[in-house]
Design a protein around this ligand. Structure first.
Ligand code: PLP
Length: 386
């Protein structure tokens, strides 16, 4: 087993693939020039970036000039949303959901305090939006839909193909935060007619600090980060060559791993989920069981606190995350589970396990073996009792 412990928090961040580290190293040591320089030492890096852009485009079936390198998923989301609003100053309405990541939700909250109207679509108990509610929410002054591909807490997938078709039909733009989906699911942007797609390197086995915004050719959007001529003037800032090369490699690896995600990762996730639900009383699955990322399961254990579960798990070397307040880095319990109508006693005891291609059967067997004892021990000392 991994001496560092059992890492089941891959929706938070992923292990950097060794192949990614390997291709990055020369650009951290030898080839550190500025790609914009006239002389060979820097200028020779421009074709390297071009090749990387092609590798990313290949994963998404997009065109090279539709790929913009950014610093993270958060920047990609901000660029798409704020860039569209800046390009259409007369339009003041955007539509999103109640379960977006803060990297979309807080942008929308900020905008709603500055003259924009934001409609947040509700979700049902399984975390699904209602397409009729979406259609009815679109108005003459609606400019953008910002709806995620897959939820980071539950893994629930949104009907992005249908949403993109509705957006086309109604003449509004569609930005999709696909940070949790890219690398886990095959996405074909020639078939999926959305306008913007956000990606984050560290969720697909590349390092933190690199992201991508796909912006469909011809779609009107203002730059968000003004500066130099980089990214064809759309996103200033000297290119982060080692990270761009690393992310391109991660995209290449992801393409080869879709079968592994669909089969091996999903099988281990299902095994873990079934065992937890079967062996631990008062446990329940959060989210739509069928339309989900293959690597994610979110399970609630009633009468215990998520923080306590994670502390005891950590003692055994198991890393996961919780939808209860403190461990998720916020003061509020999960807004996603609340929007789904999950009862507070279940939200407090929720744990998200997110696997990756590096998760092994031995690790999952260990968690299956240890978890009932962890929950039992906590329930014995719980003030709620079980
Ligand atoms: N969007 C979603 C759905 C995420 O899960 C995350 C990170 O957890 C982000 C956006 C933010 O990405 P980054 O950490 O690269 O800014």
């Amino acid at each position: 087993m991994n001496p560092e412990g059992i890492y089941l928090d891959s929706n938070a961040t992923t292990k950097i693939a060794p192949e990614v580290v390997e291709v990055m190293l020369p650009y951290l040591t030898e080839y550190y020039g500025n790609p914009s320089s006239m002389y060979k030492f820097g200028g020779q890096l421009a074709p390297i970036i071009k090749k990387a852009r092609d590798q990313v485009a290949a994963l998404l079936n997009a065109d090279r000039d539709e790929i913009i390198f950014t610093s993270c998923g958060t920047e990609s989301n901000n660029t798409a949303i704020r860039g569209v609003l800046a390009a259409y100053p007369e339009k003041k309405h955007i539509i999103t959901t109640q379960v977006e990541h803060p990297a979309v939700m807080n942008v929308c909250h900020y905008l709603s305090q500055r003259g924009y109207e934001v409609t947040e679509l509700s979700v049902d108990n399984y975390g699904r939006i209602e397409l009729d509610e979406l259609k009815e929410s679109i108005r003459d002054d609606t400019v953008l839909l910002s709806i995620m591909y897959a939820n980071n807490e539950t893994g629930v997938l949104f009907p992005v193909q249908k949403i993109a078709e509705i957006a086309k039909e109604k003449g509004v733009l569609f930005h999709c935060d696909a940070v949790q989906a890219v690398g886990k699911l095959a996405i074909d942007l020639k078939k999926l007619p959305l306008d913007f797609l956000s990606i984050s390197g560290h969720k697909l086995h590349a390092p933190k600090g690199i992201g991508i915004l796909f912006a469909r050719r011809g779609v009107k959007v203002d730059p968000y980060l003004l500066g130099g001529h980089q990214e064809r003037g759309f996103r200033g800032g000297t290119e982060n060559v080692p990270y761009i090369v690393g992310l391109a490699k991660a995209c290449e690896l992801a393409e080869k791993c879709f079968d592994c995600e669909r089969n091996q990762v999903k099988a281990l996730r299902d095994e873990l989920e079934e065992a937890l639900l079967k062996n631990i009383p008062y446990s329940k699955l959060n989210g739509n069981k069928d339309e989900r990322l293959p690597n994610t399961t979110n399970v609630s254990f009633e009468f215990v606190e998520g923080e306590a579960i994670l502390l005891l798990s950590d003692e055994l070397g198991i890393a996961a995350s919780s939808g209860s307040a403190c461990t998720s880095g916020s003061l509020e319990p999960s807004h996603v589970l609340r929007a789904m109508g999950v009862l507070p006693t279940y939200i407090h005891g929720s744990v998200r396990f997110s696997l990756s291609r590096y998760t092994t059967k031995k690790e999952i067997d260990f968690v299956i073996d240890k978890f009932p004892g962890i929950i039992k021990r906590l329930r014995e000392i719980s003030p709620y009792g079980a």
